[in-house]
Design a protein around this ligand. Structure first.
Ligand SMILES: NC(=O)c1ccc[n+]([C@@H]2O[C@H](COP(=O)([O-])OP(=O)(O)OC[C@H]3O[C@@H](n4cnc5c(N)ncnc54)[C@H](O)[C@@H]3O)[C@@H](O)[C@H]2O)c1
Length: 423
């Protein structure tokens, strides 16, 4: 049996994906009682295409949502940890949830056979061997002998989590011991994807590098747009479409990250770029580039808010369109919309109505802004002078006739002229 600990975006997708593709029984556990209850009712608490259908298909057959960590670990030979690793105030990754889950596991490893513990959460280099391994050793375990240990980073994108998990372009196995590597390679065989066995630190670094690269491409685009904006004859969307026409960008969707906007957000890109920057500082090689990627990102949100404030006027009646960190998702963790609304309020705009096709309930719960919310795009624009377009939802580009009635400040450069951004 496989156990999965932590049932957020990554954990639930991992639990269902492994049950589906390997045919093995997966026992999944989350410390959040109400989340477990919701999942037991067959409800996925966030928007993620295909995950709901997979849950209904596998619940009770391939997937068991367990009441305790103990029950999960007792019967499993492989335990995946998919708990959150948010940023600490100093930018480093907060590993409290991960270490707490491992510490909780320790006494359970005494009974039964050898288990392999697999860290799927995104962590800084040397966490598996420098933090988790010593924890296991402190309770008398010998890694590679009495217990297996590996880091297996996850590269799925929110909004496409199921397809990305079921059809990964690479599976990275950073095992501390040969037996764990072989066990994981066998487990992942049915996925038919290229597998790479590397050191745990390489796997940890590769994941952070992947997100830092995406963040860099976005900040590169935003910095270029800053330059281009002062030259009115440059058509910014056209210029970027010319970049995308380079055949080397075709396929795979990478070009979607080489496009300006009003800053990147979400749970992963900002925190992983911060984590890499913190790591670079810790090892005495501070990355100026990653620092600048983050600075450009902060600047992009403020510059957009200033553009909106200038266009709307301080007494302007403004609609903010889009609250999710990207279209196709209802995730509002680290969403640029929150920073932009905060800037707008600071800049004196007080009459703000916000609208998002999916993310409004989560946004209202997560952020306490003195703004109003509208039920539809039409309602959001009713009586408004201007609209700030923050998330490139297709719903907005499909209803351009509504938008034409107000002054639109387009934070996504070229509404309706390109496919919805993936970032
Ligand atoms: N969200 C993404 O797109 C994505 C993609 C790749 C990797 N990651 C990484 O995967 C990890 C998880 O991300 P997420 O978005 O799924 O986070 P999440 O916050 O959605 O889910 C984490 C879950 O872990 C649970 N949890 C915390 N401590 C626990 C414990 N001791 N025992 C059991 N459950 C516990 C929480 O209740 C929560 O439901 C992070 O390290 C993240 O960086 C995320």
């Amino acid at each position: 049996m496989i156990a999965v600990v932590g049932l957020g975006f990554v954990g639930l997708t991992t639990a269902l994906g492994l049950a589906k593709q390997t045919g093995r029984l997966v026992y999944a556990y989350d410390s959040n009682d109400s989340l477990r209850e919701q999942l037991c009712r067959g409800e996925v608490p966030f928007h993620e295409p295909e995950l709901g259908a997979a849950l209904l298909e596998l619940l009770g057959s391939g997937l068991i949502i367990g009441e305790t960590l103990e029950a999960a670990v007792r019967h499993a030979d492989i335990v995946f940890y998919c708990v959150g690793t948010p940023s600490r105030p100093d930018g480093g990754a907060n590993l409290d949830a991960l270490t707490a889950a491992i510490v909780e596991t320790l006494p359970l490893l005494k009974e039964g056979g050898r288990r392999t513990l697999v860290i799927k959460s995104t962590v800084p280099p040397m966490t598996t061997t420098g933090v988790v391994k010593p924890l296991l050793e402190s309770s008398g375990h010998i890694v590679g002998d009495t217990v297996g240990l590996a880091h297996n980073p996850e590269f799925l994108r929110e909004g496409r989590a199921w397809q990305d998990f079921i059809h990964p372009d690479r599976i990275v196995i950073g095992a501390c011991d040969k037996l764990s590597e072989e066990q994981l390679k066998r487990l992942y065989e049915p996925f038919g994807a290229p597998m790479q066995g590397v050191s745990p630190a390489t796997a940890e670094f590769a994941k952070l590098a992947s997100n830092a690269l995406l963040a860099t491409m976005i900040s590169f685009s935003n910095e270029l747009a800053e330059l281009a904006e002062v030259t009115p004859e440059i058509d910014i969307p056209q210029a970027f479409r010319l970049l995308h026409a380079d055949g080397r960008w075709q396929g795979g969707g990478m070009a979607g990250y080489v496009y300006p906007g009003c800053g990147f957000g979400g749970y992963c890109l900002p925190k992983d770029a911060l984590s890499l920057q913190h790591y670079s500082r810790e090892i005495g090689r501070e990355s100026a580039l990653i620092g600048e990627v983050l600075a450009v990102n902060a600047r992009a949100k403020l510059a957009f808010a200033k553009r909106v404030a200038a266009a709307a006027g301080s007494h302007g009646r403004l609609a903010v369109l889009g609250l999710a960190f990207k279209p196709g998702s209802d995730d509002v963790r680290g969403t640029p919309a929150a920073d932009i609304i905060a800037h707008l309020l600071e800049l004196g705009l007080t009459d703000i109505v916000a609208y998002d096709p999916l993310a409004m309930p989560r946004f209202r719960e997560a952020y306490d802004f003195p703004i109003r919310y509208a039920g539809t795009l039409r309602e959001a624009l009713d009586g408004r002078d201007s609209a700030a377009l923050v998330t490139a939802w297709p719903e907005f580009s499909c209803q351009q006739e509504l938008l034409e009635r107000v002054k639109v400040i387009d934070g996504r450069y070229g509404l309706g002229k390109r496919e919805a951004a993936r970032v």
